[in-house]
Design a protein around this ligand. Structure first.
Ligand code: 5RP
Length: 234
């Protein structure tokens, strides 16, 4: 296992200390939270842990099913005790960029109905200001070029269609993804999120504000649990 993979695994597994029997859990998407899901599967089969998961993508659903984790859909769940998910960046205010794996819309739906959200990440994801990672925006297939142009006109920011015009990446919801090159300039993510959501054709934007309650961050010297002082965890 490479160093980076080892860090992801440590963060993913450590986050399971927040999981309690009886919980309804949002299960995120990505290469870090994959280790959380594998550990939850182990806790169910070896320790008799009793939890139900709501997957945020088809890939997570397949993984969770293969591990015997009981699942329900977002609409069946109505509310969740805890969501554990990865992130592409997090800032000092616990705002996030997500969507590198293309699952941002369901990830946000799940985060919004959760009592709390924990992010699992390695320390490469910690940034002073969001935006070095291209901001993913899910858009209607038919309107991607109009949205791209609207973002260029309103923010002066260029975007690329994920996968390219010949074979665009299609999300689990049937949308396309625009990756927007804001650069490390996103000092007011809530305002930018509202601005982008008001553009016709935008399905969801990969900015998560006031949703993350803690980051379980692995570093070369160990795992740090960084609790959001104004978050919802006790
Ligand atoms: C998927 C996501 C992922 O959580 C994010 O891309 C981080 O993934 P990884 O842990 O593989 O770096 O937002 O839409």
């Amino acid at each position: 296992m490479s160093d980076v993979e080892g860090l992801k695994r440590e963060a993913g597994i450590t986050a399971c200390s927040f999981v309690r029997s009886g919980m309804k859990l949002g299960l995120g998407t990505g290469s870090t939270v994959k280790y959380t899901i594998i550990e939850i599967g182990r806790m169910i089969s070896e320790e008799g842990m009793d939890v139900v998961g709501v997957p945020t993508s088809e890939s997570t659903r397949e993984l969770a099913e293969s591990l015997g984790i009981p699942l329900m859909s977002i609409s069946e769940a109505e509310s969740l005790d805890l969501t554990i998910d990865g992130a592409d960046e997090f800032d000092p205010n616990f705002s996030l960029i997500k969507g590198g794996g293309g699952a941002l819309t369901r990830e946000k739906e799940v985060a919004l109905i959760s009592d709390s959200m924990i992010v699992v990440a390695d320390d490469r994801k910690k940034v002073p200001v969001l935006g070095k990672f291209d901001l993913p925006i899910e858009v209607d297939q038919e309107l991607w070029s109009e949205v791209s142009e609207a973002i260029r006109l309103s923010s002066g920011v260029e975007s690329t269609l994920r996968g390219g015009g010949e074979s665009p990446y299609v999300t689990d919801n049937g949308g396309f993804i625009l990756d927007c090159k804001f650069g490390p300039t996103i000092v007011d993510p809530a305002n930018l999120e509202a601005q982008i959501l008001s553009i016709g054709g935008v399905v969801q934007v990969g900015l998560f504000v006031d949703l993350c309650d803690a980051v379980v961050m692995s570093t070369e010297s160990g795992v740090e649990v960084i609790i959001n002082p104004v978050g919802r965890l006790p």
